[in-house]
Design a protein around this ligand. Structure first.
Ligand SMILES: [Zn+2]
Length: 130
């Protein structure tokens, strides 16, 4: 479950990456990784950040399960919202897909994939247990 997302000047490079199937992070000249929205390096304070592709691999940090609206006799859909730690270090709020909430535990490996609310919307990162 992902919502529609519109791009602006700040998010365009990141969303160009998701459209190519890449989860881009910010990297400084010393090689430190920062989250996509960072304007300065979170390790050394450098403002010379460039975009670089992460591996897309992550570990589960924490999560919450939301329940949708029941539809007749069908059980309400469950949706997992999560915080993940990318292998490069930054944390990311996301949705888990194909995740059995009963089988989740801290530290399990995850891999990024990309989802769109509808064809006309931007691709956004979601994570799947591997
Ligand atoms: Zn740095």
């Amino acid at each position: 479950m992902v919502g529609p997302l519109d791009r602006d000047g700040d998010t365009a490079p990141f969303l160009d990456g998701t459209a190519r199937g890449e989860f881009l992070l910010r990297r400084c000249p010393q090689g430190h990784w920062s989250e996509p929205a960072a304007s300065t390096c979170t390790a050394c304070g450098s403002v010379e950040l460039s975009w670089a592709a992460s591996t897309g691999d992550a570990r589960l940090v924490s999560w919450a399960v939301t329940h949708g609206r029941p539809d007749g006799d069908t059980p309400p859909p469950r949706h997992v919202l999560a915080v993940v730690e990318l292998d490069e270090g930054p944390w990311w709020w996301t949705s888990l897909v194909a995740a059995d909430p009963e089988a989740l535990s801290p530290g399990i490996p995850l891999r990024v994939e990309f989802a769109r609310a509808a064809e006309q919307y931007e691709a956004v990162p979601v994570f799947r247990p591997v």
